[in-house]
Design a protein around this ligand. Sequence first.
Ligand code: MOS
Length: 695
Amino acid sequence: MTGTTGTPAGPLGAPAERREGRQKVTGAARYAAEYTLPGRAHAWPVPAAVARGRVRAVDTSAALALPGVLAVLTPDDAPRLAEPEDGTLAVLQNPEVPHRGWCVALAVADTLETARAAARAVRVGYDPAPPDTGFTEDHPGAYEPQEANAGYPGRVEQGDPEAAFASAEVRIDTVYRVPPLHNHPMEPHTSTAHWDGDRLTVYTSSQGGGTVRSVLAQLFQLPEEQVTVVCEHVGGGFGSKGTPRPDVVLAAMAARRTGRPVTLAYPRRYLPTTVGHRAPTRQRLRLGAHADGRLTAVLHEATTHTSRVREFVEQAAVPSRVMYATPALLSTHRVVPLDVPSPSWMRAPGEAPGMYALESAVDELADALGLDPVELRLRNEPDREPGSGKPFSSRHLVECLREGARRFGWDGRDPRPGVRREGPLLLGTGVAAATYPAAAVPATATARALPDGTFVVRTNATDIGTGARTVLAQIAADALGVPLDRVRTEIGHTDLPPAWLAGGSMGTASWGWAVHEACTALTARLGGPLPAEGIEARADTAGTADADSPYARHAFGAHFAEVAVDTVTGEIRVRRLLGVFAAGRILNARTARSQFTGAMVMGLGMALTEHSTLDPAFGDFAEADLASYHVPAHADVPDVEAHWIDEDDPHLNPMGSKGIGEIGIVGTAAAVGNAVHHATGIRFRVLPLTPDRIL
Ligand code: MOS
């Protein structure tokens, strides 16, 4: 994997190595299950076996008779919690079963093996009710929500989209389907909880310990100062650890009950029902255009499902409000509440499935027009954000497309589908654009200068595997004007100055802003000799909420893919993936490339292998382990290149950076799908592109 532009002079942008890399590869880095506190016990959940109904009775006698079992918590006797804002955390509070897999009891024992055996020995009686699990467009329960995720209006309508579409010279009217998808981080959702009187300490695998603290304080009715959350290393989250999940609540309840520290590592096979999924989408795309390719109408209608526990609306139609100039726009969402597990955040929620559909439809339009798909996109470049009318803070999609085309060797491509052959293989290439919002939220940081010439920067950031410690040190060293090795960073603990979670591709922009300000303030005070304890500066930054900004702020990108489709087996292999991104200033060339290419590989999985099948009889997913939920393995990952355009956005944060955690997955699946169409001449509109669909 190659590719960077320029060599930065200072610490900012340098390909600094991850500071915790050695700890991780030697096993010295501690994860949430590895805090072996004295007397630590283990917990194992009992998932509901019915799709809907009530727990009639829980017989714990056989479980409690096992040697080493400390307790079995049930809906009858578990500690009572204050009502959570997020209904998925109201575990063991009442006998209702909203979906299969919902936790109905929790066994606690001296060892993990005993806890598991005890959970299996628990007998649960149910009063089942017939479930409603079928996700269909015309479901009588479907409705149009006021808001989709992340506060987006459910509907945006401009001009007269229906009339504009009906009168367009060229029309595309298609439906795309993306199945349920699961985040499946390597480290399962895990928490170790410990009470000392009315003080609660948890070591947890989360994208943001600050949120965990405030949620636990509210649930257990404690002042926040009595809750400490440590989140030192996280083995991946991809959105599924963005907010607290039942593991941390259950671990705290079990520790409360037993008086012992308790670890709950949620078993892999129960994760799909418990920690969220990307909800399936059915997206209708209608594009109308002049014969020269200029769009006259964009209609993007997304339907998705949610659970009965809470409304969560995958905002799949939102990217159509960002991408292309059009006089008539319709972007809407519908949602069907079902007796299914609660969907939640998954990397680039909205944009990942939404841009699969939009960018596939744009490719179909290019085909109908006989126009090169790169050229079609160039002809529809807007000068303002279509959905809001705001100017862009920076937008270099055109440069990404041109640079990507140059590096990929797009010129000279034979546009005809199905003409490149290698024995039984059909070869093709495809392109798709990418976008993801760029924003920042409030954060606090301190910077301290010590008499030995070193500096300590503190903020409750979280490293979910991205290298947050490293990039924050780079931001600090740059602001302080000192070499990188003089700066130490402390993150991942609620005793540190508060900061928001690693999510929405906003972590570095938000924390880094506060670090930059604290270091700048500290620099102004340096000069004389320092007292023994050093001197410290603190900064509270406000971030910039979307509504407050006069600019539309987004990262952009362009993906190019080459595929080989086996006409005998139906197997698709991706041969090359190349992405070019315009994501503000790149703060660390090494970790940034790693995030881009990692997300592109996740997009490759979305295109070819990943799917969860919701069994309508049980309202549960058929794939519940990594043997059946197929993420790309090494042999599936070809030559993946990530490059970027030099972009320095002055309207975001003092570093000029945008987020980079999510944009890499956006557009990848469409580029692969478009390449498959180019290879075969057949348009597949359902993901993933598994051999059974191809043959
Ligand atoms: Mo990301 S899905 O906002 O963690």
